[in-house]
Design a protein around this ligand. Sequence first.
Ligand code: GLC
Length: 398
Amino acid sequence: MVWQVMQDNRRHSGQHTYTVPSPDSYPFQWFWDSCFHAIILRHFNPELAKQELRALAARQFKNGMIPHMIYWDKPPPETKFPKIQWGRRHASSLVQPPMLAAAVWAIYQTDGDKQFLREMLPVINRFHHYFLYYRDPYHHRLIGLINPDESGEDNSPRFDHALRLRAHQQIEKNYHHRLKLIELYRRERFVIKHHMDRFHWVRDVPINAIFVANLRYQSYIAALLGDSKITHAAQGLAGEVSAAMRRYMLQDGVMNSTVGLEYRPIKVKTWAMFAPLFGELHSQAEAESLVGRHLLNPKEFKAPYCVPTVAMDEPSFDAAGFWRGPVWIATNWFIFKGLLNYNHGTEAQMILKDSLKLISRSGLREQYNPLTGEGLGATNFTWGGLVLDMLADSQKLK
Ligand code: GLC
């Protein structure tokens, strides 16, 4: 089933090949989706996985940024994806969580091709430099989002406060507010560095936790290639971002995203509280408590189908509300990997089991209702393929 969708969703443009997340709903290339695709494709054919990442690298901007959407041949139709919706004609002006180094490293784990590492390390170096230079203007070592879409969780309630929205809201209204934000940046020609503290100063937990993990992968890649300068720089930065996250975000054992220059905590319980496990930002004792108090709590995240993206006792929880409750397989994958970092094999298996149940019950859908298991949103959606990666890990556990 996964291989079929990965083949059906594959597209070519000139010498480039990439995969669309869903032919009807998402007919372009998306950044973090492509990183997930590479992680899935390596289990079938590492060459296809490399092509997926090469297509991203081919569209890297001079300043190192890789856009969150690449339209390739067809600029989007005005109706669904207005042409310059995200800032440019052939690509967007936004980013998504920096998963490139993780995807490159995963491919290397499969085929040991050092030449590919050599090809991708400069791309990763420039990409990470972009985040540090343009997204952290005061050098606090936390990267910022200019728009909720950059988290990959478009309408997550973590951004309600910054967008001045209430817990109960229409998805259209949320979208409208996000587009208004883009308009502000467009007027400033996307010179983000100088305006982010005015328009949308959010320091989000998952993107920073993912950045820490990816800085570590960058250091492993550089070490393998004998580049000691990059190895140490990336290791050092991973330490600095981790320390900043603990300093500005950690409260009572939970990391909260923050808003404003004074780092006010955004206390909305979402899956984001488990993302630091992926970046190994917690002590073992803190991890135990997160799992016991929150992940396995039947009032919060222990739903009939795990893991809801928003805690069930949050006022904003909506079991069919896009990023306001449904299970997404990629967030399950991050939590699964995070749990393995802390030897929580049993809970990791539970997440894998629920992910498999959802797919066999409802097919490869974009999201799933955590209470009923019903499939929601896009069809023939690629992310479900990440269960293969989880299965490969779980085999090693046995
Ligand atoms: C939605 C998701 C985003 C994803 C995109 C393409 O916008 O919120 O994370 O990258 O669809 O699948």
